[in-house]
Design a protein around this ligand. Sequence first.
Ligand code: ZN
Length: 320
Amino acid sequence: MSDHRTPSQSDALPHEEPDVAHVGAPVAPAPLARPVPPDERGDQARPPVLLAVRAHPDDEVIATGGTLAKYGAAGWETVVVTCTDGAQGDGPGGVKPGEPGHEPAAVVATRHAELVRSCAELGVTHLELLGYGDSGMVGWSANDDPSAFANAPIDEAAERLAAILGRYRPTVVLTDDANGGYGHPDHVQTHRVTVAALERAALPASLYFAAIPRRRMRDLFVAAAAAGLDVAALGFDPDAPPDPDFGTDDDRLTTVIDVRDFVAQKRRALEAHGSQVDDSFFLRIPEEIFTLAFGEEFFVRSGAAVPERLETALGVAPAG
Ligand SMILES: [Zn+2]
């Protein structure tokens, strides 16, 4: 595979006029979070900035898309940094890497276009690409490709991300947790690189790790099964003990963001990734289950004690 390490590219997204149908229910701009005092930001004209570092094109949607849309609608600047090119995603008709018809360069081009559309649906103001190669799932041959993100030296990748952080000076940064949610090498690397980059950039940003709460996921599958969905086809077994390598213990969560008003945007963003989600379980589930599944986004705030009640906004109180 050719060298995927392209220079950092910045795509200023087409700025769309506010569109009520697009944004969902009106959202009051003020109460989301304490605005950062201008003297701490060094730039009085700019709104606060929410920056999400995501592993692949499409990762911006499920765990963080509603939060991006909500804060964007409230006047924050929103930035998505996508670390990999998504070359190990499905090709046309769902063909997998290594199968006939899977052309990595074409997959990359398709997924880039989808990412731009998805970000536009979510009202994201800036998209940044680190352009590393997609490492594929654990055990795939792409794991050994030297251009794969998971093989990138942390220092080098962190330096590049720190330069982006320095440009946007985010108020809040969202990224993967240490296990990448479910152990995907690129998600684990995304966590490591983000933590290292924030240290380098020495910014007073609040850092949050996107979380998939295990207990809630289980409840969701039970509800989906009750609604007649074939959850067994997804490998869900209600009698199995929770998988410690998947998701986050619900008792470790610090923060929940209510994004029910942004679920329609999130669904359109997911639909924008048509090459990956053509026959997606997520897009076939009924509206109310979709809202149940995607109407809240959960986070663990780095360095913060677990609060008595989950925080319902980003960056409100000092960590700890
Ligand atoms: Zn991913």
